[in-house]
Design a binder for this molecule. Structure first.
Ligand code: C2O
Ligand code: CU
Ligand code: CU
Length: 480
């Protein structure tokens, strides 16, 4: 019911017409990122540069991109093989390239210590050892992450394995298997507003008004008359979205960040925080058009949510010339929950995400907002290792946060949710994840770190509201 009402509100604002279930026709073909397969490319070359991107035709916005003006290629990785990637920095300033979701050691994780100076190349060999899933890459330079991601530096890694290739899922990239990087931006006279934040935007996280999908405004995508798989990344700085389809059409969630769920979970609504990935499938066999929609959530939930803006993310348009392919499997994966024995041996740690920093500790240097926020009373410091984890041992982390929902992310691992806001996780969240929305009520996650992160190249845990991350809501840990 709520979706219907929101759609009406949208229409009322857009065309000041009466309530109807039809949403406006989308006007631009969705941009599909170039696909680079690591098996066909022994040496993947990625150049980071400033660019001019046309969101509106004929109007250049100042942006940054990987091998282009905005965002980056989708890089396909294969479990059991090594991917060689060179990141060549031509931005004119220092950055890093983090592999968010990759199970790799700290020295190729791309955290704040792994700076790539201007005009330098960072070459990594990624030994792909994790199951099929969706990760992503983005800058992680101290105090600059929000600005660099906002300018356009983000791209997707798709990891495939024997399971994903034997499942008969929709698998034609850019036809019925579609990556969607969802972001919010603001435009002034057709130009993307450059990154700039007030104190209040630091607190709430930068939340803007216009939806940008793969760098496209108001996109549509032609699809075959059958199953369509959408690979969703919330690549926004701070915005949470509640996704749904027009008319509350049912869909199926098949994967979380770290891989497939055991079986598809039927949903009509899906909320995603920054940093999270989910894969969903929708059946287009009886339809000729369907809008995928997003409600823009405010920093703190309230009764005003009834007035949240709703926008079309993507219009799926059936083209009967395209051949349908793929099914919705009944069984997808074989995730084994952690046992009580494993839980008994686990090391416990607690994390509290706090909206105030440790005053005076750090000057307002670099980004200028370094010590606004903290975790367990400590703002992020490059020279401080906050936690030391033993490689191969089980860990249970209890996380809570102040004032608003915060997406807590851990490097180098996938975890399982033991409890979410004090309750057992929903069926759709019983998968491998690396980002979890935490509130005042504690949540628990469990994992085992299998890769090394030394004091020179530690891992991070942090809030994935990028303003909070840059503002110090981050900590470092080693795995040895
Ligand atoms: Cu997506 Cu530490 O980051
Ligand atoms: Cu990460
Ligand atoms: Cu936060």
């Amino acid at each position: 019911m709520k979706n219907g009402k929101l759609t009406c509100l949208l229409l009322a604002t857009l065309v000041s017409a009466g309530c109807s279930d039809v949403v406006n026709e989308a006007s631009n073909p969705l941009r599909i990122p170039t696909l680079i397969d690591s098996q066909q490319n022994q040496d993947i070359q990625i150049t980071l540069s400033k660019g001019k991107h046309q969101f509106y035709p004929g109007i250049d916005s100042e942006t940054m991109g990987f091998n282009g003006s905005y965002l980056g290629p989708v890089i396909r990785l294969h479990k059991g093989s090594t991917a060689n990637i060179s990141f060549n920095n031509q931005l004119g300033e220092t950055t890093t390239v983090h592999g968010h979701g990759l199970h790799v050691s700290g020295d190729i994780d791309g955290g704040p210590q792994l700076a790539i100076a201007d005009d330098e190349t960072w070459k990594i060999a990624i030994p792909v050892q994790q199951q099929a899933g969706m990760s992503w890459y983005h800058p992680h330079f101290m105090g600059k992450t929000a600005q660099h991601v906002h300018a356009g530096l983000a791209g997707i890694y798709l990891i495939e394995d024997e399971n994903s290739s034997s499942l008969d899922l929709p698998a034609r990239y850019g036809v019925n298997d579609i990556p969607l990087v969802v972001q919010d931006r603001h435009f002034i006279d057709g130009k993307m507003a450059p990154y700039q934040v007030t104190h209040e935007q630091m607190m709430d996280g930068l939340r803007e008004d216009t939806l940008v999908v793969n760098g496209t405004l108001s996109p549509y995508q032609s699809v075959p008359q059958g199953w369509v798989r959408l690979r969703l990344l919330n690549g926004s700085n701070a915005r949470f979205y509640r996704f749904f389809f027009e008319n509350d059409a049912p869909f199926y969630k098949i994967a979380t960040e770290g891989g497939f769920l055991n079986e598809p979970v039927a949903l009509t609504s899906l909320t995603m925080s920054p940093g999270e990935r989910n894969e969903i499938m929708v059946d287009m066999s009886e339809l000729d058009s369907l809008h995928f929609m997003a409600e823009f959530l405010a920093a703190e939930p309230s009764f005003l949510d009834w007035f949240n803006p709703v926008h079309s993310v993507l219009q799926l348009k059936v083209d009967t010339q395209l051949t349908a392919q793929g099914i919705l499997p009944t069984k997808l994966n074989n995730i084994v929950p952690f046992t009580d024995e494993q839980k008994k041996t686990a090391k416990h740690r607690r994390f509290r995400l706090e909206m105030e920093g440790n005053d005076g500790e750090m000057a307002m240097d670099m980004g200028g907002h370094h010590n606004m926020f903290s975790i367990n009373g400590e703002s992020m410091r490059m020279d401080l290792i906050n936690e030391q984890v033993t490689k191969g041992e089980y860990e249970i982390w209890t996380i809570s946060a102040e004032m608003m929902p915060h997406p807590f992310h851990v490097h180098g691992v996938s975890f399982q949710i033991l409890s979410h806001d004090g309750k057992p996780p929903a069926a759709a969240d019983r998968g491998w994840k690396d980002t979890i929305v935490v509130n005042n009520e504690p949540s628990q996650v469990m994992m085992r770190f299998d890769h090394v992160a030394t004091p020179t190249h530690p891992y991070m845990y942090h809030c994935h509201i990028l303003e909070h991350e840059d503002g110090g809501m981050m900590g470092q840990f080693t795995v040895q």
